[in-house]
Design a protein around this ligand. Structure first.
Ligand SMILES: CC(C)(COP(=O)(O)OP(=O)(O)OC[C@H]1O[C@@H](n2cnc3c(N)ncnc32)[C@H](O)[C@@H]1OP(=O)(O)O)[C@@H](O)C(=O)NCCC(=O)NCCS
Length: 340
């Protein structure tokens, strides 16, 4: 059996904001947004909700599906770009407390929209060497809290939510990965770091005291999200198709052998272009962004859970999970469900 996904879970907030709602205060329309992105509406975290609360709900659902108790979890890796606090305490630690996973180490991982596949790979390494423990891998975001709602070019794209999986392993330490061919690509292109940015970090200018050479007093961060949409679009199409094809080549198979692709849900037109490039029917690509929009690191695990619940993910299917995002980052993994 080896390393496998034992259960999946997801959570989408109850509150829904449609394109028509946004068009009430911005010069845009449902027609423009849908035709350029494939998005009609998005879920928005409500009062009292945050990345940690959504993550905990998705993770609890995944543990229930896996039949795993909180104390069996040895590691929580939480991929997010929108932590409860910036940067500490980590949201993963808050989730560890909420779930009562008292035996788990916990950390956040920031690889933007490619974060879930990065996190999955960290957890895969962990359960490979500690097969008596389970790992929780979570992607969770509350992006609607960091958007500029006056910028029609970016605010229409994103939504909130969380998805999670539980990983387990029944092989002796180290054996599972020896038996599995390399099937994951983690990559980055820092030359495109200015394509998608959220400013407001430690690099931002502070008034430095000429005497002490340290900031005179703490300044509130004033974050701003900037997006070069067209450049990201071009990068995304090229990269998603290349990573998926390279994975097939590494494993000595062909794209036609893929049963389902779980690509990051950023724009329906990106996914259509990837399908054309890979010469695969669009039906092989999971699409949910019409009602979720781009939930960044949460988009792949939410899609996985929806596919499981819909009975569309059957044991033995060849699946590819592939994402891209700010950094620029990209990541893909090929597996035979539910084995990793
Ligand atoms: C953002 C994105 C939807 C824009 O689509 P596009 O077809 O490239 O549109 P453009 O940016 O070229 O803008 C075309 C025109 O539409 C306008 N426009 C932009 N957003 C609009 C909106 N919400 N409503 C109406 N018009 C809009 C622009 O102002 C521009 O007008 P102009 O030609 O008069 O200047 C698309 O580039 C995209 O999806 N990019 C990748 C997404 C991404 O970066 N996601 C985050 C990382 S995962």
């Amino acid at each position: 059996m080896g390393i496998r996904i034992l259960g999946t879970g997801s959570y989408l907030p109850e509150k829904v904001v449609t394109n028509d709602d946004i068009a009430q205060s911005l010069e845009t329309s449902d027609e423009w947004i849908y035709s350029h992105t494939g998005i009609h509406s998005r879920h928005v975290a409500g009062e009292g909700e945050s990345t940690s609360t959504m993550a905990a709900k998705a993770a609890q659902a995944a543990m229930d599906a896996a039949g795993v108790k909180p104390e069996e979890i040895g590691l929580i890796v939480l991929a997010t770009s929108t932590p409860d606090y910036n940067p500490f305490p980590s949201t993963a630690c808050i989730v560890q407390g909420l779930l009562g996973c008292t035996n788990a180490g916990a950390f956040d991982l920031q690889a933007a929209c490619a974060g879930f596949v990065y996190a999955l790979e960290q957890a895969r390494g962990f359960v490979n060497f500690y097969p008596d423990k389970k790992a929780l891998v979570i992607g969770a975001e509350s992006l609607t809290r960091v958007l500029d709602w006056t910028d029609r070019a970016s605010c229409i794209l994103f939504g909130d939510g969380a998805g999670a999986v539980v990983l387990g392993n029944d092989e002796p330490p180290g054996v599972a990965s020896l038996k599995t061919k390399a099937h994951t690509i983690l990559g980055a292109d820092g030359n495109g770091s200015h394509f998608i940015m959220r400013t407001g970090g430690c690099k931002d200018a502070l008034p430095i005291s000429p005497v002490t050479q340290v900031p005179e007093k703490p300044q509130p961060f004033l974050p701003e999200l900037t997006l070069k949409g067209h450049d990201v679009f071009v990068f995304a199409v090229k990269t998603l198709a290349k990573v998926s094809s390279d994975l097939c080549r590494m494993l000595g198979t062909t794209p036609e052998e893929i049963d389902r692709v779980f690509a990051h849900q950023a724009n329906g037109r990106i996914i259509e272009a990837v399908a054309r490039r890979m010469k695969l029917p669009l039906e092989k690509f999971w699409l949910n962004l019409e009602t979720t929009a781009n939930t960044s690191a949460a988009s792949i695990p939410i899609s996985l859970d929806q596919a499981v619940k819909a009975g569309e993910l059957k044991d033995g299917m060849n699946i590819v999970m592939v994402g891209f995002g700010a950094g620029l980052t990209y990541a893909g993994t090929f597996c035979t469900w539910p084995n990793l």
